[in-house]
Design a protein around this ligand. Structure first.
Ligand SMILES: *Cc1c(COP(=O)(O)O)cnc(C)c1O
Length: 387
């Protein structure tokens, strides 16, 4: 019976320590959280600049609601596109140095819609093995051939590109890898894209607002620009609101507006969100102090950790993963931290490769030095005394 198969599938998740639970917060996003009456210091959000609960943004959202109401009422191409969406897109394009930008409701949708708009059956996609799930799903939806290269292995990428006879080629990569925290070699990848006449799509979900001058992102940091680069930034992480955008050459963005199904066939995001995002861009642009503080906390954590069995991954971004390996041990360590009032998520397969279960510490400019020290102390003690 169907129902029994489902029960067995759920039981299988339990048996492999892979069943996930949600924690319901009673407090706004930030390092000081309360869950079920328990006070916790949270190291799990992607709110890297501490903007998600920033009153200025709340005020901009309220003003946006007063001006534009709550819903957009239709898809963008029918009647759900507002002047404030235009203003946001123009601002985003200018901010990342692109000709034009298109605002999507989420990063998942931006990726799932952009890839199939750029390539299709008979074309070829070259994807880093550790790319985000939304890029993988976009690639599968496109029906193009998919070659996955080992993480960061540009020699393998080059071989795959050289062997391909596809008319349209698309290289796809995260900039900052979401579960590893390292940054893709964008200048070298751009050179390969040139050489093999490929598109280069970069997902800067964890770089936008954090990397580069004024937080303009990973491309600005690497100093690469080209009509062939399709840039995706997301707006629910460092930007502290919601949504995403794809930026690039005007003809590319025009094509996406015509063809990206996750743009065309969905209701436009509430225009008030665009108003909040315009305010967020002001804060990001003026946020050098936040970024400097974040860099300081990253260095502090790395200096304070004394790990031996576990492995702190090489990362200069706010994502600081500690690989434990075994699923059950990773969960046990996360639980022990939780009991000490420290909230760090355990990340298990399929989000990361089998055998590399890890704690994913993410830092925010809103953390204090004392909080970061306390986390390092707890981790050092737990590693020395297996749970
Ligand atoms: C979070 C994330 C996304 C999805 O963005 P959402 O706006 O949350 O849907 C896409 N790519 C990467 C690398 C991400 O980390």
């Amino acid at each position: 019976m169907l129902r029994d198969l489902l029960a067995a599938d759920l039981a299988d998740l339990d048996a492999r320590a892979l069943r996930r639970v949600r924690r319901s917060l009673d407090t706004p996003c930030g390092p000081r959280a309360r869950v079920d009456g328990r006070a916790l210091t949270a190291f799990c959000s992607n709110d890297y600049l501490g903007l998600a609960a920033e009153p200025t943004l709340g005020a901009a959202l309220e003003a946006g609601v007063a001006r534009w109401g709550t819903g957009s009422g239709a898809s963008h191409l029918v009647s759900g596109h507002y002047a404030v969406h235009d203003a946001l897109e123009a601002r985003l394009a200018a901010f990342v140095g692109a000709e034009r930008a298109l605002y999507f409701s989420t990063g998942y949708m931006a990726n799932a819609g952009t890839i199939p708009a750029l390539v299709g059956r008979g074309d070829a996609i070259f994807a880093d093995r550790l790319n985000h799930a939304s890029l993988i799903d976009g690639a599968l939806l496109s029906r193009a051939g998919i070659s996955r290269y080992p993480h960061g292995d540009l020699a393998a990428l080059e071989r795959q590109l050289a062997a391909s006879e596809a008319k349209r080629k698309l290289i796809v990569t995260d900039t900052v890898f979401s579960m590893d925290g390292d940054v893709a070699p964008l200048a070298e990848m751009q050179a390969l894209a040139e050489r093999f006449d490929a598109w280069l799509m970069v997902d800067d979900a964890h770089g936008f607002g954090v990397l580069g001058p004024q937080g303009r992102g990973a491309l600005a940091e690497a100093g690469v620009a080209s009509w062939r680069i399709v840039y995706v930034g997301t707006l629910g992480k460092a930007a502290g609101v919601s949504g995403a955008f794809v930026a690039g050459a005007a003809d590319v963005v025009e094509w996406l507006m015509q063809k990206a199904r996750t743009y065309v066939f969905t209701t436009g995001a509430p225009p008030a969100l665009a108003a909040a995002l315009l305010a967020s861009l002001d804060l990001i642009e003026a946020g050098d102090a936040h970024r400097a503080r974040l860099a300081h906390l990253i260095e502090l954590l790395r200096n304070e950790l004394r790990l031996d069995r576990w492995r702190l991954m090489p990362s200069r971004t706010p994502i600081q993963p500690i690989v434990i390996g075994d699923n059950a041990e990773a969960v046990a360590v996360a639980r022990a931290l939780w009991n000490e009032g420290l909230w760090v998520p355990a990340i298990r397969p399929p989000t990361v490769p089998p055998g590399t279960a890890r704690l994913r510490v993410s830092l925010s400019a809103a953390h204090t030095e004392e909080e970061v020290r306390r986390l390092a102390c707890a981790l050092n003690a737990l590693e020395a005394r297996p749970v």
